[in-house]
Every structure is written in C-alpha cells, then in structure tokens.
Design a protein around this ligand. Structure first.
Ligand code: ZN
Length: 272
C-alpha cells in the first residue's frame, strides 16, 4: 500500500512538474541511505524533498534548461517589466519555460500594453516544462516543445474598471466567456469523444469579474500586427470571441470542437 502511494506520488509529481517525481525518488534514496528506519523517516524524506525541489527549481534547473534551449518567464512583475505569471503555481511547478524567442515577444506585448494603458500587467498561464521535446504539459497536449504559451485575458470589476493582475479563477482557466445570440457557435452539437469540457458546475462559483474587452482586444490586435516580427505563427481563440472583439486575421485559428475551449485564455505559438 505504501509502495503504491509512493509510486502514485512520483507519477503525479512528474505529470504536474516534470522533475518533481525524480526529485522525490532522490529524496527517498537519500533518506534510506542516511537515516535510520523508523516512524520519522517518512517525514524526514518529505522535508528533504521540499529542500531538494526548491534548490532544483531555483538554482539547478534554469541553467540546465537554458543548455537545452528553454528559459523561464518571470514570475513577478518588476518595475519596467509588467509581465507576471497568473498564479505562483506555474512557477512553483516549473511550467513557465519557453523557447527564448518567446521572451522578447511577451516583453514587447507587455510594454505596449503598459504604454497604451499605464498600470496594466500582462499575465501568462501555462507555458512548457524545462526539458524534453515531446513531453506534453498536461492537460495541454501541444505544449511540448517550448513554442507554446497561454496568455490570460484581462478582467474588470463588476463596474467595468480594470483589475490589474487579476484572473477570474484562481489559475486562470475554466472561466469561459459565453457566446451571445449573434455570435458564431460551431460546437453547439455535442460530440463524443471530446476534450472540450464546459465545466458547467464551476461557472457559477467564480466572482463576478467580467472580461475587460478594451485591453483584451488591444493585446490581440498588437499580437496580430506585431507578433509575426517575433515569429508568431498562430493564435487559438474561440470564433465567438473573435467576432465579439471585432478581430480578423489568418493568424487567428479555431482549434475545432474536440479540443479544449479557448474562450477562457488565448493560446499562442511561434514558428519551429
Ligand atoms: Zn495553450
């Protein structure tokens, strides 16, 4: 039973953070080698895991990932660099690594947003793991090579005023914008099998925090206009949002009705 729990933890940590499972195995091996058997050894292994994982995340992984061609995005906004992760979890779980070409793209977008709307913070969500082309960042099957990045929409308070650095859900996903009666709705017919989950039960649990359409439209318009200079290949966004925000570009694509929805965030990717 304990072995099964340990293996499950290794698997879960690998799926969530790529390196967490390997670090847990290392902590367990060190614990067995250095500590006497007893009821406290499990706790000591957990403490060792926390220390080793923190050291790996802060010190070891960034330079190794750079050798492998991926760099971490900044976790917090700083003066002169108004870009941050939408949730500390993305940095904690090493899900904030990208192809280095995505950094100037994101920085330029954030700078343009700050210039047009002072005080605006551009938030990113899931990016990629530090290593291994071909290993997807679950549940995003395509985030497996450093070239993919999800950006959060901008949100407002119920009165319509922009809320800097705010998401509607704690991690930024699963807070879907709903199409209006005149918007295109290509996925109205249910399909099976599908990865397009509507998360109906969750929708009523979030705070009343509407999309801030002006900043969201401006960010998308900037990406469509300036993004190709930085290697932008395409953006995934639901057709009803493309319509609502008045956008038009061959770079805007629809992922189809069997993949995850893109009206709670936007997905962008750069060329190979
Ligand atoms: Zn994505």
């Amino acid at each position: 039973m304990r072995r099964l729990a340990f293996l499950s933890a290794v698997l879960l940590l690998t799926v969530l953070s790529q390196v967490g499972g390997a670090v847990l195995i290392l902590a367990w091996l060190l614990g067995r080698a250095l500590l006497p058997k007893g009821s406290l050894r499990g706790l000591a292994v957990l403490a060792l895991f926390a220390i080793l994982y923190s050291a790996a995340t802060l010190v070891v992984i960034p330079p190794l990932a750079a050798l492998a061609g991926r760099v971490p995005l900044p976790c917090r906004a700083e003066p002169g660099r108004p870009v941050a992760t939408g949730s500390p979890l993305y940095c904690l779980l090493n899900r904030n690594y990208v192809d280095p070409r995505l950094v100037p793209l994101l920085d330029a977008l954030a700078a343009a947003m700050e210039q047009a709307y002072p005080g605006t913070v551009t938030l990113y969500l899931d990016a990629n793991f530090p290593f291994l082309d071909g290993m997807p960042l679950a549940p995003h099957l395509s985030h497996d090579d450093g070239r993919k990045l999800d950006l959060a929409f901008f949100y407002a308070d119920p009165g319509g005023a922009y809320r800097p650095g705010s998401l509607r859900s704690p991690v930024g996903y699963w807070t879907f914008e709903q199409p209006g009666p005149d918007d295109p709705q290509p996925c109205i017919e249910p399909r099976w099998p599908t990865l397009r989950w509507d998360m109906g039960l969750l929708q009523g649990m979030y705070p009343d925090r509407p999309l801030e359409p002006e900043r969201t439209r401006a960010a998308l318009a900037w990406l469509l206009e300036e993004g190709p200079r930085f290697g932008l290949e395409k953006i995934l966004l639901e057709p009803h949002l493309v319509h609502r925000l008045g956008l038009s570009s061959p770079l805007l694509r629809f992922q189809g009705c069997r993949a995850a929805r893109h009206d709670d965030h936007l997905h962008l990717q750069i060329t190979p």
